[in-house]
Write a protein that binds this ligand. Structure first.
Ligand code: G3H
Ligand code: 13P
Ligand code: ZN
Ligand code: NA
Length: 325
């Protein structure tokens, strides 16, 4: 069946790699994630957001994830390590509902709350979750942009001075931190970037690795999580823009920096936007090239193939989790 994150994080933190956490909202994304994980033998975290539960129905997503374990076995993956995780749980009740309904891991995102309230809420979720062997991700620090329906125009980096107290008092199993990543396809404005003379491409400012290092010093070998870690592949942006789309100045986190984070104590890296871009690029391309096509399988099939390619690339070339399950 589904597993929690405990063992896979312990191995990842010591092995210098990170587990992919891919969001899913539909069958094609799920199939692509499972095929990529099965073929690379990578542990994988299936993430479901509140928006995903509203869109696709939480019960349906839960049974799809459970079915995915059998699907993985049918692909020749003998011992699939698949987590079903609630992404950005906003209240105790949302987390409880998921814990009571088959999720093996949850996030309680109290990062926008005053510190003591974040501690109390996270501890409440942990105390409930651990009775059922469900692991819990907490968060300290605020990402710029929209997170959990709360939006901020600037990053509030995680304060390393708080992390020991937070982890000890809440008992959380992993900690999401803010070091300059953000959600969506517009992680930096052009004004925040420099321009590469040779390629003409925008180069975003580096992540705050000093903050990550300070957190690691306080919490040696503790599983750290990075949200907002899509790299916004420019080849997808180009295909989308050339086929009727409009994503001006979309920009993400350079993969080189994610590779560096994965080699450190970061052991869960969240990627959603890149999969959306892969899917949209493939669908736009098919529909533009074959205007007479109206069988959804003819455009969702190529979209699924493109997402699978993307997931494999992340697993093998960025996170380094291939061959670990
Ligand atoms: O945290 C953001 C994830 O990408 C989920 O996005 O809330 O639109 O499903 P969503
Ligand atoms: P991206 O928007 O960078 O893919 O981040 C996804 C995420 O953090 C989900 O929780
Ligand atoms: Zn997130
Ligand atoms: Na790591």
């Amino acid at each position: 069946g589904l597993v929690n994150t405990k063992e896979m994080f312990a191995k990842a933190v010591h092995g210098g790699y990170a587990i992919p956490a891919f969001n899913f909202n539909n069958m094609e994304q799920l199939q692509a994630i499972i095929k990529a994980a099965a073929e690379t033998k990578s542990p994988v975290i299936l993430q479901v957001s509140k928006g995903a539960r509203n869109y696709a129905n939480g019960t349906l997503l839960r049974y799809m994830a459970q079915g995915a374990v059998e699907y993985a076995k049918s692909l020749g993956w003998e011992h699939p390590q698949i987590v079903l995780h609630l992404d950005h749980g906003d209240t105790f009740e949302t987390c409880k509902d998921c814990i009571d309904n088959g999720f093996s891991s949850v996030m309680i995102d109290g990062s926008h709350l005053p510190y003591e309230e974040n501690v109390a809420l996270t501890k409440k979720v942990v105390d409930y979750a651990h009775q059922f062997d469900v692991t819990v991700e907490g968060e300290l620090g605020v990402l710029a942009g929209v997170e959990d329906e709360v939006s901020s125009d600037h990053h509030t980096y995680t304060d390393p001075a708080e992390v020991i107290d937070f982890v000890t008092r809440t008992g959380c199993d992993s900690l999401a931190i803010s070091i300059g990543t953000s959600h969506g396809a517009y992680k930096f404005t052009p004004a925040q970037c420099t321009r590469d003379e040779k390629t003409g491409l925008l180069v975003p400012p580096p992540l705050a690795f000093d903050v990550l290092e300070a957190v690691e010093e306080k919490l040696p070998d503790f599983p750290i999580v990075l949200h907002g870690s899509s790299s916004v592949p420019q080849e997808y942006v180009k295909i989308i823009d050339e086929n009727g789309g409009k994503l001006p100045d979309a920009i993400g986190i350079p993969e080189e920096q994610l590779r560096k984070a994965a080699a450190m104590d970061v052991c869960k890296i969240n990627i959603d936007s890149d999969s959306r871009l892969a899917m949209t690029a493939a669908v736009r391309k098919v529909l533009a090239e074959k205007p007479a096509e109206f069988d959804p399988r003819k455009y969702l099939g190529p979209a699924r193939d493109e997402m699978e390619k993307l997931y494999k690339h992340k697993i093998i070339n960025v996170l380094g989790s291939d061959g670990k399950a």
